[in-house]
Design a protein around this ligand. Sequence first.
Ligand SMILES: [Zn+2]
Length: 624
Amino acid sequence: MIRASFTPLLRSALLITLVAAAPGFANTAGEITLQVDAGEIGRGLVHVEIEVPVEARPLRLAYPRWGADWEMWEESIFDVTDLHFRAGGKELSWRRDLRDVFAFEIDVPPDATHIKANFDVLLEPDGFTPLLARLYWEQVLLLPPEAALDDTHVTAHLRPPAEWAAVTALKQSESSDSGLTFHPVPVRRLTDAPVIMGLHSQQAEVLAPDAPPHRLVVFADDPEILSVIDHLADQLGPLVTEARELFGGFPYSTYTMMLVISDHMSHYALEHLDSSEHYYPTDAFIGGVLETTRSPTPAHELVHSWNGEHRKPSGMVPRDLSTPLTTELVWVYEGLTTYLAYVLASRSGFWTPAEARGAFAFNAELMRSEGGRRWRSLQDTADAARFVDRSYWSTRRRNTSSFYLEGSLLWLEVDVIIRELTGGQRSLDDFCRLFAGPEAPGGTYELDEILTVLNRVAAFDWRSFFDKRVSNTRPEAPVEGLELAGWRLVRDDEPSEFFLGVESRRDQNHFFFRCGLTVNDQGEIDDVFAGSPADVAGLAPGSRVLAVNRHRFTQPRLLRASGSTELIVEQEDLFSIRRLEIPEGDDFPTLERIEDRPDLLAEIFEPRRAAAGEESARAGRGRR
Ligand SMILES: [Zn+2]
């Protein structure tokens, strides 16, 4: 899901109300009619009306607690307001389920075949601006908790604000002054095709040879920034081509990449089978170009169409709303995707090889500083993935970013092992084709299938390999893949481009690997790495450094300090003196060549489109 790798974001919930039923919405048994009036979405209000057949008594209806991805929406039900149930125009009484606050039990008259529910959804402030908004269909649904998500069909109608464009991967059956009507689809499909709406937008066609249509749609609060579409559409052509080379075909017939540029919405990215959402602040584009640390995000969400949507762990495809999903294979879902996104970002020119190496070095160093590795396996971070991260003491906990970041290193190791075993004849590319390409079966998978397909590519005891790397607790840094690929993790006195990008993106926090703390330019400590000098000094997240060796704190002053350093620290209104023992050495992770090994990273990052006989990386671009 995701979401942009390593900026997990919490989405929140949404909206609704309802609109008077329009003619032509005759309901049939088992089908749900949904009308969403988003005319006020620019101030965070959505009005919903939903008509549901009565197939059981007592009738229970539940509000989805899962989003399109695997994150749990813990409190979204409390955004549902002004809830009314009616049959034949008569108001019905209801009571919330005592064991499940997401569910309602409704008194239905014996002769009623359908009931209508009307409600409003109150959007969280980071889900809309006065000029644009996103709508997740699961935020406007009420369903019988046992209704099968693949067999329950919904006919949806949406009225966006006047003059706003609305974009979704759903196919429209009708468009009129009263809004858009979509073809009936199963709930599972509906919730995989959110809508972005906005006053200012621009569209471009992404051209790539031998690929189905790909379109890029950019929404922004400020219409001037829509011009980033030019460079991005140019970059996406080679990306689509490299994805085709990797997987051998496409699991969709059209693809829509929806990009929102706003400083007022939460920033993340989320995958769907044939669309993706990307939310960026205005400073994510430097001179019209997506900045380094975000460069793999378009590739990440695109890869998810194969690894995440076309193929999905069975535990992440619950039958109905009453079945909890399980995330034990999210280290494949997100870890493999993170690695493949790095590969495609490099092959398609989003990243230089140096930028890609900077990312691997950063990930490896961050994993090395994870104190939580001593108590918690990568598998456990996957098992508990649906719970939201906390930013403080993050390395002590091992947050969910581990299966993204360590995933990049784990799947690199798989790739280089295959290359070693087959004398360079095969690679993870072969696995991708067999696992998710046009000849693959599609649908859900279990770990056994991953092992079987890997063995078809290169015979090896992959089960023991993953036992060691994933199931076991493992304090040491996961650098084996880098070393097999000819690169060693070391520290340098100069930060990489990637490192600088991470720093600026994290709002002036300086990652201080040598001391194990992140501190911003106000001296505020965000995090302390377990077992680090900062940990030994007794520093705590949430406190603030006031002085360094009796001089007022500045970030450069702390960064220049060495040896035994006295800090005056404020925590709430209490002050203390802490002694930080700063070790000798450099701060910045980087990769250094192991000269007697071949440089497999260079091989992996090599564009495939040239090998496939396409002379140019650059595909043309149309505009409409
Ligand atoms: Zn993801």
